[in-house]
Design a protein around this ligand. Structure first.
Ligand code: ATP
Ligand code: MG
Length: 332
């Protein structure tokens, strides 16, 4: 079986619709066909300030949401990144292989550091794409299911894998991004020119999966569209409406063309009312399942402990080989 790896940050508490449609939904599907490793990336979360108590709670909450979304610990390996120390260890080696200019070109870093004030951004934020490289290479992943915003980091991963293999000898699998066109980028409902994001969205434009269902419905109904009234998929001229159609289509399995036909001659109100209903039907059971996992923290922690053990077995092997290739003297 080919291998996949991906991760999600335990920063904001609730996952948002972009996380689910852009990434987690694919993770659930891929556990059937791939040897799948999925993690809650707490090391990435501390690249921006985190409250320790919140971080701990949000890490469990992220794992609970992943299980609620359909990850099955018998079909995939689910773990917490900091439970596997090899991530930080391989990241150091990769840091030493990355050019300063190369890292400076990462657009996610540029956006995130600009938001904090460039001087205040941590060095960790600067090198987090390189930690991500290590995350992926440790598992010799063939594919990495992520949203469009991560494409540049996967490119960096490929470059560094090839660079290392070229310099020291064949060590790492060169991975590919697994990005589905329809859901590669879900946009903020209030500002369809920016991606829906844990850290950058407007509260009204962000669909949190754990919001009260009536809040979710309200956010859908107040989504920004345009002054025209035609319901048509046209990302250039109608980004707001197109975003709603993409979401609707993915959640229901209906083709976009079918939806355009269904709503021909009807106003945006009808589309939004129906989509709000579709969304509530999706988030209500998701919230319940998440709560069930949270109510049983012992079971949750046991799943994560077993996941970490399985992940470590793979990660330790890759790290040992990497250290050897680099020329580190083995510890006796
Ligand atoms: P932040 O803005 O703090 O980076 P985030 O909203 O991007 O948070 P992450 O935990 O960084 O959340 O991302 C988890 C996964 O969700 C990644 O694979 C990312 O590509 C994907 N993702 C995030 N936002 C979107 C979006 N708007 N559309 C599609 N996929 C997304
Ligand atoms: Mg992100």
């Amino acid at each position: 079986r080919p291998r996949v790896l991906s991760g999600i940050q335990p920063t904001a508490g609730s996952f948002h619709l972009g996380n689910y449609l852009g990434a987690v939904r694919q993770w659930v599907a891929l556990q059937e066909t791939h040897d799948a490793f999925y993690m809650v990336v707490d090391l990435h979360a501390i690249t921006v300030p985190q409250d320790p108590k919140d971080l701990r709670a949000n890490t469990r909450l992220a794992a609970a949401q992943l299980l609620a979304a359909g990850l099955d610990p018998d079909r995939c390996t689910l773990f917490v990144q900091s439970h596997v120390p090899e991530h930080a260890q391989l990241a150091w080696v990769m840091n030493c292989l990355t050019g300063f200019g190369e890292a400076s070109r990462m657009t996610q870093f540029k956006d995130k550091s600009a938001k904090q004030g460039a001087d205040r951004a941590s060095v960790g934020l600067f090198t987090y794409p390189v930690l991500q490289v290590a995350d992926i290479l440790l598992y010799q992943a063939n594919e990495v299911p992520v949203g469009e915003d991560q494409r540049q980091h996967i490119e960096l991963t490929r470059d560094l894998a090839e660079r290392f293999n070229g310099r020291f000898g064949e060590t790492f699998t060169v991975p590919s991004a697994y990005i589905l066109k329809e859901t590669a980028k879900i946009y903020d409902l209030q500002d369809p020119s920016i991606k829906m994001s844990k850290s950058a969205s407007t509260p009204k434009g962000l669909i949190n999966l754990l919001d009260e269902p009536k809040t979710t419905a309200k956010k859908v109904k107040s989504a920004v569209t345009d002054t025209d009234t035609v319901i048509r998929f046209d990302t250039e001229n109608k980004p707001g409406v197109s975003n709603l159609l993409s979401i609707y289509s993915t959640l229901t399995g209906a083709e976009i063309a079918e939806l355009e036909e269904k709503y021909a001659g009807k106003g945006y109100g009808a589309l939004k009312t129906d989509l709000a209903e579709v969304m509530v039907e999706f988030v209500s059971p998701f919230r319940e399942r998440t709560q069930q996992y949270l109510d049983d923290p012992e079971t949750l922690d046991a799943i994560l402990a077993k996941g970490a053990e399985k992940a470590r077995a793979v990660a330790a092997q890759t790290l040992a080989r990497t250290y050897d290739m680099v020329g580190f003297l083995p510890a006796k």
